[in-house]
Design a protein around this ligand. Structure first.
Ligand code: BGP
Length: 490
C-alpha cells in the first residue's frame, strides 16, 4: 500500500507580518522594531550577531530616515497590498492552513494605546475572509518580532512589567474580533530567541540598561512573556471554545562532534539550553536546571504574586517549532570549522551539505527532532517553519528550484517516518516563507524560501510581481496526494 500522511494532515505555508506585509506606515499602523531594522549587507551574512547589532543611535537614525531601501521590512513583499493575490495562489496549491502573524502595531500603534486601530482590525478581517474563501485555516502568531517601537522609546521593551497588560489588551481584542475565524494560535514566535536577538524579540537595546546585567534584563523580559503567554492562553480558551494554543520554539538540534564523553555532555547541556523555554511553557513552570542557571549566574527575576500560578494553570495545548538544520558541538572547538545555523554559529558537520548561507541540510535531523520533542512533551507537534533559503534565479518568468524540491522531499519523508515508525503525533506542516519574504537574520529578499518568486531585490527595486516556481506545482501535487506522490516510484 502506498505510504501517505494521516487524513486531515494540515499542509500549508507560513509568513510573518514584519517580513511579508510592508505597508509599514499605512492603515494607521505604528512603527514596529522591525521597521527600524537596518540591513547590514556589508557584513558577513553568516555572522548572526553582526547582522542583528543595534544601538540607540541606530534606532534614532532609523526613526528619522526616509530611505526605505535601508530598512527592507518597511516594504517587504508588499503583502499589505497583494495578500488577496497571494492567498489565491496558496489556495491554488491546496493549502489547508496558512500560518501568519498579526502585527501588534497595526492594532495598537504605540502598544500603550487604550483603544485599537479599527483600520488595522479590518485589514486582518479581510485577510482571514480571504483565507476562508479559499478553504484555508489561519494559524495566527500573536507576536512575531513586531513589538511597537514606542515600547522601546518610552518603556524598556518587554523588561517593563506594564507591557504584559498592554499585550493582554491586544490579545483580548484580537481573540474577541476573530473568534469566529481563527481557532489555532501561537503566542510568541521562538520565545527563546530573546536570548539571541533581544531587540527583535523583546525591544531590548543593551545601551539602554547601563550598569545592569543584560542577561538578567533578558530573562526578566522573558519572564514577562511567559506570564503574558499563559494569560493569552487563558483568554483564547475562554473566548474561543475549541481553540488550540501553541508555544513556538527554535528547534536547534545539536550532535556531539565526537563520541568523547565531554562532547556528548556539551551536546546535552546545549540541548537543555534550548529546551528550557519550551519546558517552561509546556510544563507551566521553570525547570530546576533553569532556576539553577539563574542562581549560579546571579540572575534575580522579579516575580509578582500569581505569576507562577497563572503559568502553571495555563500551559500550551501543542508544541510548534522551526527546524532548518542541525549543528555540531564539542567541548574543545580548537581548529574545527564553524558554520551558521538559524540564529546561531556552531561546528560544521563534515558529513552533511550546507546551504549558500552555511545552514547544514539534515532531513534525518528533523526526524530526530520530532522524536525528541514528542518523547519530551507527549503533546501534539506542529512544524511551523522549515525550508531552504537559496539564491533563486528568475529566467524568462520561470524559476527552476529543483534544489528546494529535493530539500523538502527528503524532509517530508523523514516526517512520515517519525509519524509511522516512531509514533509521533504531528498536526501539520507549514513551509517557511511559502512566498519570498525578507530574511530575519540578514534582511535580504535574496535569501528566498518561497514556492512563489517575488520580483524584488535586496534594496526594494523590482515589479513585485509574483511567479510560480517549479516547486509550486510540486507542492500542489504533494498536498493533493497527501504525500503519496513522494513514494510512488518506490
Ligand atoms: C526563524 C524566524 C522566521 C524566519 C526563519 C528563517 O528564526 O522565526 O521569522 O526568519 O527563522 O530565518 P532567516 O529569515 O534568517 O533565513
Amino acid at each position: 500500500m502506498t505510504r501517505k500522511f494521516p487524513e486531515g494532515f494540515l499542509w500549508g505555508g507560513a509568513t510573518a507580518a514584519n517580513q511579508y506585509e510592508g505597508g509599514w506606515n499605512e492603515g494607521g499602523k505604528g512603527m514596529s522594531v522591525s521597521d527600524c531594522a537596518k540591513h547590514h549587507f556589508h557584513e558577513d551574512v553568516t555572522n548572526y550577531k553582526a547582522q542583528n547589532a543595534i544601538s540607540t543611535e541606530d534606532l534614532m537614525a532609523a526613526l528619522k530616515s526616509t530611505d526605505n531601501s535601508l530598512y527592507p521590512k518597511r516594504k517587504a513583499s508588499d503583502g499589505y497590498h497583494r495578500y488577496k493575490e497571494d492567498i489565491a495562489l496558496f489556495g491554488e496549491m491546496g493549502f489547508k492552513v496558512y500560518r501568519m502573524s498579526i502585527a501588534w502595531s497595526r492594532i495598537f500603534p504605540n502598544g500603550d494605546d487604550l483603544e485599537p486601530n479599527e483600520e488595522g482590525l479590518q485589514f486582518y478581517d479581510s485577510v482571514f475572509d480571504e483565507c476562508i474563501k479559499h478553504g484555508i485555516e489561519p494559524l495566527v502568531t500573536m507576536s512575531h518580532y513586531e513589538p511597537p517601537v514606542n515600547l522601546v522609546l518610552n518603556y524598556q521593551g518587554w523588561y517593563s512589567r506594564e507591557v504584559i497588560d498592554m499585550f493582554v489588551r491586544f490579545v483580548k481584542v484580537i481573540c474577541e474580533r476573530y473568534k469566529n475565524k481563527v481557532k489555532y494560535w501561537l503566542t510568541f514566535n521562538e520565545v527563546d530567541s530573546m536570548i539571541r536577538h533581544p531587540y527583535t524579540t523583546g525591544g531590548l537595546i543593551e545601551d539602554r540598561f547601563p550598569g545592569q546585567n543584560f542577561e538578567e534584563v533578558i530573562f526578566q523580559a522573558m519572564h514577562h512573556q511567559f506570564v503574558a503567554s499563559a494569560i493569552a492562553t487563558k483568554i483564547c480558551h475562554e473566548t474561543i471554545p475549541g481553540s488550540k494554543v501553541g508555544c513556538m520554539l527554535t528547534k536547534l538540534t545539536y550532535y556531539p562532534y565526537t563520541c568523547k564523553p565531554e562532547d556528548v555532555l556539551k551536546m546535552q547541556q546545549d540541548m537543555r539550553s534550548t529546551y528550557c523555554y519550551s519546558d517552561t511553557q509546556v510544563f507551566g513552570e521553570y525547570p530546576a536546571y533553569l532556576l539553577a542557571r539563574f542562581k549560579n549566574n546571579g540572575i534575580n527575576i522579579k516575580m509578582e504574586d500569581g505569576d507562577l500560578e497563572v503559568m502553571k494553570q495555563y500551559p500550551v495545548d501543542f508544541v510548534s517549532f522551526s527546524y532548518y538544520s542541525s549543528s555540531c558541538v564539542a567541548a574543545d572547538t580548537t581548529g574545527l570549522d564553524v558554520t551558521a545555523g538559524n540564529t546561531i554559529m556552531a561546528l560544521k558537520n563534515p558529513h552533511i551539505p550546507s546551504s549558500d548561507w552555511g545552514w547544514q541540510i539534515d532531513p534525518i535531523g528533523l526526524r530526530i527532532s520530532l522524536v525528541d520533542l514528542y518523547d519530551r512533551y507527549r503533546k501534539p507537534l506542529f512544524i511551523v517553519e522549515n525550508g531552504l533559503g537559496a539564491h533563486d534565479k528568475l529566467v524568462d518568468g520561470k524559476v527552476d528550484d529543483q534544489y528546494r524540491i529535493d530539500y523538502l522531499e527528503a524532509h517530508f519523508k523523514e516526517m512520515l517516518n517519525a509519524i509511522e515508525l516512531d509514533g509521533v503525533e504531528l498536526m501539520g506542516y507549514t513551509s517557511w516563507g511559502c512566498i519570498d519574504i525578507i530574511s530575519e537574520s540578514t534582511k535580504q529578499m535574496s535569501k528566498r524560501y518561497g514556492y512563489i518568486y517575488v520580483d524584488a531585490d535586496d534594496y526594494g527595486n523590482g515589479t513585485y510581481d509574483r511567479y510560480r516556481k517549479k516547486s509550486f506545482g510540486w507542492y500542489k501535487h504533494v498536498i493533493e496526494t497527501n504525500g503519496a506522490c513522494l513514494f510512488e516510484e518506490e
